[in-house]
Design a protein around this ligand. Sequence first.
Ligand code: K7E
Ligand code: CUA
Ligand code: CA
Length: 656
Amino acid sequence: MSQEKKNGTTSQDASATGLGRRRFLNTAAAAGLAGVGMAACTDKQAGGSSASGAASGSASAASAHTEANAGAEAAMHPKPGELDTYYGLWSGGHTGDVRVLGMPSGREIHRIPCFVPDALVGWGITNESKAVMGTKADGSLRYTIGDTHHVHASYKDGNYDGRYAWVNDKINGRLARMRLDYFVCDKITELPNIQGFHGIFPDKADPVDPKINYTTRVFCGAEFSIPLPNNGKDADKPEAYHSLFTCVDAESMDVRWQVLIDGNCDLVATSYDGKLAATNQYNTEMGVHYEDMMSAERDACCFFNVARIEEAVKAGKFKTYGDSKVPVVDGTKAANTDPKTALTAYVSVPKNPHGVNASPDGKYFICAGKLSPTTTTIELTKVLDWFDGKLAKLDDAIVAEVEVGLGPLHTAFDGRGNAYTTLFLDSQIVKWNIDKAIAFHKGDKNAKYVVDRLDVQYQPGHLNASQSETKAADGKWLVTGCKFSKDRFLPVGPLHPENEQIIDISGEKMVLMADHPVRGEPHDFVIFKRDLLKPKQVYSLDDSPLAVKDAKDCAVIRNGKKVTVKLTSQAPALGMREFKLKKGDEVTLILTNLDKVEDLTHGIAIPKYNIQFIVNPLETKSVSFVADKPGVFWMYCTNFCHALHLEMRSRMIVEA
Ligand code: K7E
Ligand code: CUA
Ligand code: CA
């Protein structure tokens, strides 16, 4: 074993050999990055050092299915009728949705459409979903694409409380909220004056009021800097480019405030005491050009003092940009040199860090180096000490900075003091012990902080462990989202699925249990115990003011050209067998599903009118359209509901 200390970064070599795993994309990917600043990784990597505990890792994977994890094996393959023990909420990437998986089986149970229309449920077709998604003046959708990366759920007492989850849209800078009682998106907020909204994290408590021990804010990081205001005038003035860190109210989904910062935002983390939020920054150089973003050896993790920011907003110490009325406080370095009044604190972190994750004991934020082979452990009480004027040098809040392997991206936890970090370039997960990393960093060169390594297939992005981002981290399951799957599944042409790999982390060694193909392209996800959620199976008629509460209330109500059609569905018939419209009518059709039986969903399609949506038990939805095509249109139920499902239709007659 060899180790060295360089530029304040300590490193440990988990042991020799094991270049085999580099056969895959690693070499090419590393070579590609070399040109743009892998320099920080030093010559050690060439010697196959820090990242090369692989041999043992792959050996454990190969001999995976031993008696020790027979229980895990059984849990992974629930028998018919058995339920999973965990929920997983998965971002869908540029499908713009959120997926719900049962864990540890990895079975996909549901998709929650948010930013992108969904043909199954009629998301983007019904008036209710269009109101959430946002429309242009002509009633058409403002956006039809999205790119979801980070999904996180609301907290109470440091654990999920089953109220909400949130997910970002990187393309159009929007935050969506999902209700976890119905598993539907109920609000979307577009963030002003930002681009490339990437990291999000809900707070876990109020920074001031201890009674508010649950989520009331959601923090949003803007990855791309843009000229402020972005009006086409300052494209060639790099100094005009800025990035804003945004706070959204968890309940109203209004934007509360923003912070103008130096550098950019990548991923976001929040402390368990509510006092601190932070965002990793890979572009402290404020580079507008690609190469410029990799010129510095160290970037930063920017901390936000939430209470002070809100005091500044209250005191009127803010400005606004463009049409936005959102208060923007000044969090730039120049404006925050005095710790005792500072709103922000920039802890330095090596080269283009990516993920930042809060340890379940509440003590640390861990930044993954990406272009540096290190993880940086920042002690939160020390950051607070700095804000109190009790820590002379902010970077003294760094209690460990250790080598873990090539391309560290994200970190998960087992609640037993171990961290698990994805190594994108090494195609590995490294398990390392936080206390030992701290000891090693302090100078105890016998502290073996690398516990295990596991080869994954291939190039992992996110990973997460069961309950990892809560105080109840249980160290049972780890999942990693591999960005490449190459030879792992039947070939289906040029586009490969992603490979989600499920790993048993209950023992000392990680054991790879299963591969699951997933449609592109999940990023982050959370896995939590199923008893934290109590989803409802049936709506209440009172959920919609439009509800048609009785089949007798079905009617065509005319007011000039404006026509309201009130309709009910109850297996196996619709409330009206036929109804008449006139060509040119501006129609709003309201459909209530009067079946109150669990799982009895109906759908309604109107041929040639491009309309299809479903109504769940006791749910009401509406659509508006112009009856511009005369003729007979068989509206039919699309969702199999009954032996007479095929007969469940109604004639919409549009008179010429
Ligand atoms: Cu690493 Cu967008 Cu979370 Cu993807 S980000 S992996
Ligand atoms: Cu109602 Cu099918
Ligand atoms: Ca950089």
